[in-house]
Design a binder for this molecule. Structure first.
Ligand SMILES: Nc1nc2c(ncn2[C@@H]2O[C@H](COP(=O)(O)OP(=O)(O)OP(=O)(O)O)[C@@H](O)[C@H]2O)c(=O)[nH]1
Ligand SMILES: [Mg+2]
Length: 342
């Protein structure tokens, strides 16, 4: 399935069916009187978060989402059928924006239903308009119209941990070593073109979700590489894991690499600087001969950063790193909710 994280949709609730104007005409019943039934109500439009969805792709194919119209009331005091509701399922993390006013209507963060547009009420049949002065009213109410709206949907995926790193740093290899995700892995840059999510389960902890996003390079904010478009998908994480390659493939020092990444994140959003972070020194099984793990740990300590060495190939340090990440995620979740989730 294609990963699409923006879409524009047109939604419309159903109109109410008209009330019916009808008179009883039966043999032996004098002064039959009105018996027009009410029109059915129009269907409403709901949004529902669904964790099984991970892209807005469907809406590119089906941008028009309409609920059904109510049916007309009938003689014999029969109600018209109600129009079918339209339930639009979106991935968790979808932001709903009114396209006309640019106002954020809501964010879908849970598997809950939310009413967006109410269907029109059905019109009353002429039965309702009988009175002492008018015993045979011909008037029946029309149904209420439906409502319509154009929405912009923007998906910011929900993950607890965001993996950031240069292309080829080993992000996808790591997520496949610690989670259920099986992304494509290859020894060339920009193998990953869309975010991947994986669930990590460490015994004794609640599971957490990791997002592997496409690699970031220097000047990503100017559009270099794949640009910084995917950074929005780590805006909702509670912790960022910077993956830094220390093998022969890495051309600059770990600290320099870290600073380049940090600067790109900062240029994208200062808010990312507020997030707790941890540095994972990747591919230590194949560490460059001029580098030494202890001294790299110390260099990072000096700039106030926590660093853990790992290898997704030999699995060295993976358990420790996952326990650390679980601990941070749990601590973050037990904190009172603040508005930093945006
Ligand atoms: N020796 C060694 N090689 C690794 C390790 N982790 C990843 N690699 C190799 O590094 C290369 C890049 O790995 P990926 O996981 O695709 O890297 P990525 O960061 O996802 O790359 P992009 O998706 O292109 O940004 C692959 O050839 C992996 O086999 C490791 O721990 N040790
Ligand atoms: Mg990758």
């Amino acid at each position: 399935m294609k990963f699409i994280d923006t879409a524009k949709i047109y939604i419309k609730s159903g109109k109410g069916g008209p009330g019916c104007s009808s008179m009883r005409r039966e043999k032996f019943i004098e002064f039959g009187g009105p018996n027009g039934g009410d029109g059915g109500r129009g269907g409403s439009v709901f949004l529902e978060g669904d964790s099984r969805y991970s892209t807005l792709q469907d809406f590119r194919v089906h941008p028009h989402q309409k609920a059904g119209n109510g049916m007309a009331g009938m003689g014999d005091n029969k109600f018209g059928k109600s129009g079918a509701d339209k339930i639009i399922k979106v991935p968790l993390g979808t932001i709903i924006i009114n396209d006309e006013t640019d106002e954020i209507i809501t964010e879908i963060l849970e598997e809950k239903q939310l009413l967006l547009l109410k269907g029109g009420k059905g019109g009353l049949g002429n039965t309702h308009f009988k009175s002492s002065t008018n015993r045979a009213p011909r008037y029946a109410q029309p149904g209420e119209p439906g409502q319509e709206m154009t929405l912009r949907l923007e998906l910011k995926i929900m993950a607890d941990v965001g993996l950031v790193g240069f292309p080829n740093a080993g992000k996808s290899t790591l997520i496949s070593a610690i989670s259920n995700a099986r992304p494509k892995i290859a020894d060339y840059p920009f193998t990953t073109l869309v975010p991947n999510l994986g669930v990590v389960q460490v015994s004794g902890f609640k599971s957490f979700v990791v997002a592997d996003i496409p690699g970031i390079i220097e000047n990503a904010h100017l559009g270099h590489g794949l640009g910084d478009q995917f950074l929005k998908h780590i805006q909702r994480t509670s912790v960022l894991a910077f993956l830094i390659d220390c093998s022969d493939l890495a051309e600059i020092s770990p600290v320099e690499t870290f600073n380049v990444l940090l600067n790109e994140l900062k240029r994208f959003s200062e808010d990312l600087m507020e997030k707790q972070r941890i540095v994972l020194l990747s591919k230590v099984d194949a560490i460059r001969s001029d580098l030494n793990i202890e001294s790299i740990i110390n260099q990072f300590k000096k700039i106030g950063e926590e660093l853990l060495p790992i290898s997704s190939v030999s699995r060295k340090g993976l358990n420790k790193a996952c326990i650390r990440l679980s601990t941070i995620v749990e601590a973050h979740k037990s904190k009172p909710v603040s508005d930093e989730s945006m």
